[in-house]
Design a protein around this ligand. Structure first.
Ligand SMILES: [Mg+2]
Length: 482
């Protein structure tokens, strides 16, 4: 008898990050990092865990939508899904009634992400491989069958994708071994949140340099003078060799032939990123705060702090606007990045077709799960744009390392120009938390039991489930006493 999906549980989990200013940017000033979380069960003891991410209030609306999407899976055979995850994805997105409240955007799409992520997690667990390995071991034909191609074949066809994957087949084993040995490049965001004081930013930046990071991101867009001051402060730390750890490498400067501490800013992986003398790279993130002309003027004003790119300079759906900003900033040597709010593969297709981005920032919980992510990874590789996934929040780093590994091992074949976002929050709530090695790179998930790495501890759910978890009950009690 084939196994069948029997039931699911949904949890609305919220962490009180608004109390510490974690996650603050120009548009999101008091976020409670939240997970709309599903456990999907099948006969034979099979289970898959999936989630999407929100900032607090509204998480219950996503949980309700997850239930609607997941109901259609009851009674279905997981192995039928696993045999063709692209078809499974189409099925999940094509509810004749639910698609009206999308289609493929908004609450219903991020709810579909949670469910699709849970099915992929179950698939990886059943095969006893971490998710990245499950996909890295697929044949090109299997991977193409697992990918969502609807509405993007004007930019990439199945046949083209197949040929791209076959061309990368021979180097897969070597790349897998290499990344397991050295880790995947990361950058850090959690040292530069907007609500942090200058002293806190300075001490966190120094810690990040010692931890081996050499790509750093700061939030901008609320106050120009403050951004310029904080940017100069950050550059004064990351560009100063005295802050580098004793173990830092050295390079021979092409300018004066002497040995310098740090990484060569003219090396292929740093060229074009406005790297400073120690090879440090600064990125800026505006979280959609500006209109197009304002974005151009504001960012040009910050050119002296030499960012690699400005992230989300304007509305995430404004493809032509992003292209205009990118053209206008070209002479300043500042690129444009976006994607964490790009709600489906068609937005990414158009951003790429319009030459609107230098860096593609997929989000594991906004695109509707792994099948749609695969389509964007293939698109980005075809357009030769590096993928630096959005992460942070809760659970996003745990997901994103799998996606960057798939991109490197199977699809693009390159990683040294890339950098995967890392924020040092809330990893302790997961059974298989992501981790960073001493060179500031992500370690490769290795457990045969971890699937897509987002199984949460039962104790964390019991504490932070809203509104009846022990933490939130305690907060309500305190308010009664005031
Ligand atoms: Mg961002």
């Amino acid at each position: 008898m084939p196994e069948k999906i029997t039931h699911f549980e949904i949890h609305d989990i919220r962490f009180p990050t608004s109390l510490t200013g974690d996650g603050t940017d120009a548009m999101h000033t008091d976020c409670d990092y939240s997970s709309a979380y599903i456990s999907l069960y099948a006969t034979g003891g099979l289970v898959g865990y999936g989630m999407t991410f929100t900032l607090g209030r509204g998480n219950e609306i996503v949980c309700q939508a997850i239930a609607e999407v997941a109901k259609r899976l009851i009674g279905r055979e997981p192995e039928t899904f696993f045999a063709n995850m692209g078809a499974a994805w189409e099925f999940m997105c094509a509810d004749p009634q639910l698609r009206w409240i999308g289609p493929e955007k908004g609450v219903i799409h991020i709810a579909t992400a949670a469910v699709n992520n849970a099915v992929w997690d179950m698939f990886a667990r059943v095969r006893k491989k971490p998710l990245w390995k499950l996909i890295a071991d697929m044949t090109p034909e299997e991977l193409v069958n697992a990918t969502a191609f609807r509405y993007i074949t004007d930019a990439i066809t199945r046949q083209e994708a197949l040929e791209m994957l076959k061309a990368k087949e021979s180097g897969k084993k070597e790349r897998e071994a290499k990344v397991i040995e050295i880790g995947y490049p990361a950058y850090i965001t959690s040292a530069g949140w907007l609500a942090y004081t200058d002293d806190k930013v300075a001490s966190l930046m120094k810690e990040a340099v010692v931890a081996g990071f050499n790509h750093f991101k700061m939030k901008v867009g609320a106050d120009f003078a403050s951004d310029l001051r904080r940017g100069k402060l950050i550059r004064s730390i990351i560009d100063d060799p005295q802050h580098l750890p004793a173990s830092a490498s050295t390079y021979i400067s092409s300018a004066d032939g002497t040995a310098k501490k740090g990484r060569d800013p003219n090396s292929p992986e740093l060229r074009g990123k406005n790297a400073g003398p120690t090879g440090a790279v600064l990125m800026m993130d505006a979280n959609q705060v500006w209109d197009v002309p304002e974005a151009i003027e504001y960012v040009k004003g910050l050119a002296e702090i030499k960012p690699w790119f400005i992230e989300e300079p304007t509305a995430p759906d404004d493809i032509i606007g992003h292209a205009a900003i990118r053209r206008a900033l070209k002479d300043s040597g500042i690129g444009v990045a976006t994607g964490e709010h790009a709600h489906n593969r068609m937005i990414f297709k158009q951003l790429l077709q319009a030459d609107a981005i230098d860096v593609c920032q997929i989000d594991s919980c906004r695109l509707a799960g792994v099948s749609e992510i695969l389509s964007v990874l293939l698109l980005a590789a075809k357009f030769n744009v590096p993928v630096c996934p959005h992460a942070g929040g809760v659970g996003l780093c745990e997901h994103a390392i799998h996606l960057s590994l798939i991109d490197y091992i199977v699809i693009s074949g390159t990683m040294e120009r890339n950098a995967l976002e890392f924020a040092n929050h809330l990893h302790e709530h997961f059974h298989y938390p992501c981790s960073i090695n001493s060179n500031g790179r992500y370690n490769v998930p290795s457990s045969t039991a971890e699937g897509y790495s987002t199984q949460m501890h039962q104790a964390s759910i019991a504490e932070y489930e809203w509104p009846n978890g022990s933490y939130w009950v305690g907060v309500a009690e305190q308010h009664k006493q005031i």
